[in-house]
Design a binder for this molecule. Structure first.
Ligand code: BES
Ligand code: ZN
Ligand code: ZN
Length: 503
């Protein structure tokens, strides 16, 4: 998909020539307070009329298109509701722009102008407001049409202009646009990678995608092949890959944006299972196709790498992708098999479907060599996460209060909120094995917790956060700026965390 062009412009609604002018409006708000008062005067009070007749009330997600009949330079305007003023958040704005862009597309119009809202969400900066407007528009415009012979109504909106009446705001607008484009285009990359089916998006193809990202300035790439992993002793990752004909990959990208070259890095680790059949502990057929997105975590750390480079963030960042396909082939691991991990710890594999924690255990152990100042892993790890949190929260675990706070804050700003779960050692008894150092499943209760606790045994003592995104990685229905299918949720959180660190 081509990413929409976004620009800032100084101008006024009533004199702006546009195919469509988008106006955001709060419920119960008088027009007098609106920037659009002059605009409405020229329209002969049409806006007032719509509000009085309750044809448009400004409720959240309400959308109305109106032809201006040549009374103003803009041919049409689209009114989008923001809900009650006191309830307006950054995410209301994202959603409003998501709805707006869909209406523009429906009208078969390619570009539109949007006026800055007159209300600001509480304690937010103009840069943030503009950033989320850009995110809503680009992400609401997302479609995956690669495999359709007939593109049908799949026309994309190609440009958006954000209008301000104050020239002094231009710099903030430009910065907001820069950030919004970076987080949104990263999310688009993740959605694309996860939408491609597993017969295309194999571990080898992921390695090729990493090579493309490595073309960004200051990014370098190392790919470990199967024989390298054997030499190192990554028995857990190799164990998972055994059942597949697709060779596994271990991908390390490094971005050197820090002034001091040897600054301790932020390390991101993402679960990259290009398809999870469950292996010999085979999954049921129903909904198994969702498991092409079991690589979401890896796609997100890859996209975050690209965003950090494009934003020229002043930090050192390392992204690690352990990549494999989990298949029940003739040489596949079997329940009861014991593998030796890179850390030296042995694991009894009681269930081959708990493969994410296996590949991550080797990746987390590998990450230790970089002495991370912060280590964050992100993974579609457990069905238990879906059961516990539903669709709207990411499961968070961690060993460091400050890092957890920073991730929580980034999630809030990004509209990808996390909810902390306990990482108490009492749960570890569920992971004891009779024959190895530990087993890879924790029995009945607390499935999300025992999975996280398993990972915690491989992170040494560096500040660490684990994010379980099995709850949010796939959406059953289309929302304002979330499509049906792979969502890319988690990407904006990671990039926001990196931006916050750099400020
Ligand atoms: N990839 C799945 C987790 C998952 C489930 C992600 C649903 C997205 C939606 C993971 O590898 C898995 O299969 N986990 C098992 C672990 C169990 C065997 C302990 C699970 O959650 O059922
Ligand atoms: Zn699995
Ligand atoms: Zn999995």
């Amino acid at each position: 998909m081509n990413i929409m062009r976004v620009e800032a412009k100084v101008g006024r609604a009533e004199s702006e020539p546009a195919e469509i002018l988008v106006l955001l409006h709060c419920e119960g708000d008088g027009l007098a307070k609106m920037d659009a008062a002059q605009f409405d005067k020229m329209l002969g009070g049409a806006l007032q009329g719509l509000i009085h007749s309750k044809e448009f009330e400004g409720k959240a997600n309400e959308v109305l298109l109106y032809h201006t009949q040549g009374k103003v330079p803009a041919k049409r305007f689209v009114f989008v509701g923001l809900g009650k003023k006191k309830d307006v958040t950054l995410d209301s704005l994202r959603q409003a722009l998501g709805h707006a862009v869909k209406r523009v597309r429906q009208a078969k119009v390619e570009t539109f102008v949007v006026a800055l809202p007159t209300v600001m969400p509480k304690s937010c900066t103009l840069v943030e407001v503009v950033q989320v407007m850009v995110e809503g528009a680009i992400l609401g415009n997302y479609q995956f049409t690669t495999y359709r012979s007939e593109k049908g109504s799949a026309n994309d909106v190609s440009g958006m202009t954000i209008l301000t009446s104050q020239r002094t705001q231009l710099r903030q607008l430009t910065e907001g646009i820069r950030r919004g484009v970076a987080t949104a285009e990263a999310t688009v990359l993740v959605r694309d990678l996860c939408n491609h089916p597993s017969n295309v998006m194999t571990p080898t193809r992921i390695a090729n995608e990493a090579k493309v990202v490595a073309k960004e300035p200051r990014v370098s790439l190392k790919i470990l092949e199967q024989k390298d992993m054997e030499q190192l002793g990554m028995g857990a990752l190799l164990g998972v890959a055994r059942g597949s004909h697709e060779p596994p990959k271990f991908i390390i990208l490094e971005y050197s944006g820090a002034k001091k070259k040897d600054e301790r890095p932020v390390v991101l680790v993402g679960k990259t299972i290009t398809f999870d059949t469950g292996g010999i502990s085979l999954k049921p057929a129903e909904n198994m196709e969702h498991m092409k997105a079991d690589m979401t975590g890896g796609a997100e750390v890859l996209a975050s790498m690209r965003a950090a480079a494009r934003l020229k963030l002043p930090l050192r960042l390392i992204s690690i992708l352990p990549v494999a396909e989990n298949m029940p082939g003739g040489r596949a691991m079997k329940p009861g098999d014991i593998v030796k991990t890179l850390s030296g710890k042995t694991v009894e594999v009681q269930n081959t479907d708990a493969e994410g924690r296996l590949i991550l255990s080797d990746a987390l152990a590998y990450a230790q060599r970089y002495k991370p100042t912060a280590l964050i892993d992100i993974a579609t790890l457990t069905g238990a996460c879906v059961v516990a949190l539903g669709q709207f929260a990411i499961g968070m675990f961690g060993t460091d209060g400050k890092l957890k706070d920073a991730v929580r804050k980034a999630g809030f700003t990004a509209g990808e909120r996390v909810w902390e779960m306990p990482l108490w050692d009492e749960y570890f008894e569920q992971l004891r094995s009779d024959v190895a150092d530990m087993r890879n499943i924790g029995g009945r209760g607390g499935g999300m917790i025992t999975a996280a606790l398993f990972l915690s045994k491989f992170v040494g003592d560096c500040p660490w956060v684990h994010l379980d995104i099995a709850s949010t990685d796939w959406s059953e229905r289309e929302r304002a700026y979330i499509p049906k299918g792979p969502t890319g949720v988690g990407t904006r959180l990671l990039i926001q965390y990196l931006i916050d660190r750099s400020l």
